[in-house]
Design a protein around this ligand. Structure first.
Ligand code: ADP
Ligand code: ZN
Ligand code: ZN
Length: 732
């Protein structure tokens, strides 16, 4: 057989390998460049895979080789550096390469559709449309809203952007087009000029921008600044500067749905040159956005975690906003960290990456300490007041009304009297309305998991947050038949009820996953707060991110204890970040803010440090704990998680896996287990894990490379469901 006759293909499958094929029948000439899609026979069906390499010899006997069915693309889907990053990521996360490539593709491309969809048209106002008054369209409110939307968008909006902002936009758009008020044009080949920024950079912002402008090639920059210190303004300015030179920017944010303001600011500045990738897009819209980025028609790509894989024709910078946020880690399947991949990608693309945060992760701070990352600080809020004062409220032995202390209630009363707003923050993790028998202490549990059932008013039933099973509300305690059933813990609903007593007239708004499930309800709730009509905002994690509430002058954190005594070693870091982030919501307007943290552990050094010196003072404590325990970032970690219906099957598998590791020692790496998962039983399956700790990433990688193939070959492997998580974010 002549040289280069074997095509190696990453096919989506659970196997950690690529597969060898013969070229398609009657293939002439040179093989295509790696990175094109090919369709291949696989098992009894066909699959779309990615050509990763061309080899002279196959790893299987010739007679077992099958032929590629067809070549889908003329050119590779990814620019070379991004393609190589994906191969590297498969290796680093020890995940099947075919699945890594699939996760990096829009669904339409996974199914084999063409990579260059029909060019997406841009909708914009005509001269008549610019002169029209939306109020005149009062009888057609959807048309009026669309008109207003387009008025505020320099350069018009693409179909994808319209779909992201307004449900059912097409009918009013067609009507406006028929009236000659809007027109459709082909997307600009070059991004339209952005509207000039309204503000001049402050002195610290100016320094950062100057330094960013001089960067050439790869650099990782931590932009460390309290909420409201002007980080976003720095991103916008720097991207403008790049855009003038024709380069594109990739901006990652933790959650777009929760932070419409962020997307709004980018659209305001860059108009139709921004594509926003969010979960509401259809497959077609997603592909259109992807193609606009890849073909260089989009100046800015704004998206969540998976946007890190978006190809860019002329990359100029990657921004990771709120880099500490846990949602950058994918928790199932291909368990990558978008933040870490953003840094690795920037290195390969030879461009800077900016990591922004008011509460940088310990990992990133360690990279700064080691001199690998640059560190820029925006020390103050742009407007007015300093950071709010943090007060620790000792609730030991106090009478609490649904977890609200008298001190906190008094502080809320003061705000109401002054016409200011209060934000009460509930750490929903591990704190939920669970049914309890007041007579015998029975607690409502899921029949299939070691988890409690949580009551949801919307359905009137109890739900398991692990397996999704649902149970009716019992009328009697199943143990003692008592009807005295009460709720343990507090949900946002219970807190709202408790506030009704002392503040019957107050307007209370709740923001949590349940109250905002209906489309548009989050926007409504936020509008209520922004308009100043709301007196009290009760919220969960959802309000900790990105929102600006100028009239909020009091933040109450109802229970800091959950984070102080959790199983997960990252819990204290998360708690400190959360407290500082939530605190950042307060006092952004004209009045200084106050933050009250309720706890049963008022002397806890972490809380004391936060109160005395903010996040910066908490970091040495957090770092000290991690260093002493030799946990990340002072070690590298991977988890092997396994589950099965039968406990003996999981235990036997993990024990055998530990034996595999011990029989193949790797210097600097150790395997520990079996360790029960924090929630040991989910959906009737027992969960145990093996923890691998290593002195660094290299020994960890070597250990996984040596151990995983042997673990895959264990006789008990088919009796369990198992997965590998490199750099896990959660031990659960
Ligand atoms: P961060 O991203 O750090 O929270 P932002 O960039 O959102 O900070 O800035 C906070 C607020 O201050 C925003 O309303 C922003 O428009 C405003 N702002 C930022 N930079 C300036 C500046 N140089 N001059 C005036 N206002 C500014
Ligand atoms: Zn009972
Ligand atoms: Zn369950």
């Amino acid at each position: 057989m002549d040289g280069a006759a074997i095509w190696r293909v990453a096919v989506p499958s659970p196997l950690r390998q690529a597969f060898d094929y013969l070229p398609p029948a009657r293939w002439m000439g040179a093989p295509p460049a790696p990175g094109v899609r090919v369709e291949v026979p696989f098992g009894r069906g066909r699959r779309i895979g990615i050509l990763t390499a061309v080899a002279a010899a196959a790893s299987v006997p010739d007679h077992r080789l099958r032929r590629i069915s067809r070549v889908v693309d003329e050119a590779p889907l990814w620019p070379r550096p991004l393609f190589e990053l994906l191969l590297w990521a498969a290796d680093y996360y020890h995940h099947p390469p075919g699945e890594v490539f699939s996760s990096a593709l829009p669904a339409a491309l996974r199914q084999g559709r063409p990579a260059s969809p029909r060019a997406a048209e841009i909708w914009r106002l005509t001269a008549a449309g610019r002169a029209a008054d939306p109020a005149a369209l009062a009888r057609a409110p959807a048309q009026g809203r669309l008109l207003t939307l387009l008025e505020n968008a320099t350069g018009g909006l693409s179909a994808a952007q319209l779909a992201a902002t307004m449900a059912g936009w097409r009918t009013p758009a067609r009507a406006l087009k028929a009236k000659g008020l809007v027109e459709t044009v082909a997307p600009p080949s070059l991004p339209p000029p952005s509207s000039p920024p309204a503000v001049e950079p402050s002195a610290p912002q100016g320094e950062v921008l100057e330094s960013l402008a001089t960067l050439e090639g790869f650099a990782a920059v931590l932009l460390d600044g309290v909420t409201g210190s002007g980080k976003t303004e720095v991103y916008l300015r720097h991207i403008e500067h790049l855009q003038a030179a024709g380069a594109q920017a990739l901006v990652l944010v933790p959650e777009i749905g929760l932070t419409p303001q962020m997307a709004g600011r980018f659209r305001e500045r860059f108009g139709g040159a921004v594509v926003v990738l969010h979960s509401g897009l259809t497959d077609r819209e997603r592909l259109t956005a992807w193609a606009a980025a890849r073909e260089g028609r989009a100046a800015v790509v704004l998206g969540t975690r998976s946007a890190v894989f978006t190809p860019l024709a002329r990359p100029g910078v990657i921004v990771v906003d709120e880099e500490h946020d846990g949602s950058y880690k994918q928790q199932e399947g291909f368990r990558y960290s978008a933040r870490d991949l953003a840094v690795a990608r920037a290195r390969r693309e030879g461009i800077p990456v900016i990591l922004g945060s008011a509460t940088p992760s310990l990992e990133t701070l360690e990279n700064v300490a080691a001199g690998r990352y640059r560190h820029h600080v925006l020390p103050h809020r742009v407007t007015g007041h300093g950071e709010p004062r943090l007060r620790v409220v000792d609730v030991r032995g106090r009478a609490l009304a649904e977890g609200l202390s008298q001190e906190l209630l008094a502080a809320v009363a003061t705000r109401i009297a002054r016409g200011e707003q209060s934000l009460l923050f509930l750490n929903r993790r591990g704190w939920a309305p669970v049914l309890l028998c007041h007579e015998c202490g029975w607690v409502s549990h899921c029949d299939h998991c070691d988890a409690r059932l949580v009551f949801h008013r919307s359905s009137g039933r109890q739900h398991c947050h692990y397996c999704g099973s649902v149970a009716a509300m019992p009328e009697h305690c199943p143990e003692c038949r008592s009807t005295e059933l009460r709720f343990l813990g507090k949900g946002t609903e219970r807190i709202e009820e408790a506030l009704r007593g002392p503040f019957p007239e107050a307007r209370i708004v709740r923001v949590d996953r349940d109250s905002t499930r209906r489309k548009g309800s989050l926007e409504d709730a936020l509008a209520e707060v922004h308009s100043g009509r709301a007196d009290i905002l009760i919220g969960t994690q959802m309000v900790a991110k990105g929102h600006h509430f100028p009239a909020v002058t009091l933040v109450g954190i109802l229970d800091a204890d959950g984070g102080l005594c959790a199983v997960d070693y990252r819990a204290p870091e998360r708690l400190a970040q959360l407290i500082v982030q939530v605190a950042g919501r307060a006092g952004r307007g004209d009045t200084a803010g106050e933050v009250m943290v309720q706890t049963h552990q008022p002397d806890h050094p972490l809380l004391q440090a936060l109160a005395a010196g903010g996040y910066g003072a908490a970091v040495p404590i957090l770092r000290g704990e991690r260093r002493a325990a030799a946990l990340p970032p002072f070690a590298a970690m991977a988890l092997v998680r396994a589950e099965a219906r039968r406990e003996d099957h999981v235990l036997a598998f993990i024990e055998a896996a530990v034996a595999v590791a011990r029989a193949r020692p790797v210097p600097g790496a150790e395997a520990h287990g079996p360790i029960p998962a924090p929630v040991e039983r989910v959906a009737d399956r027992r969960r145990f894990q093996l923890v691998i700790l290593a002195d660094g990433r290299w020994p960890l990688h070597q250990a996984l490379t040596r151990w995983l193939p042997a673990m895959e070959a264990l006789p008990g492997v088919r009796r369990v469901r198992w997965s590998v998580d490199v750099d896990p974010q959660d031990l659960g």
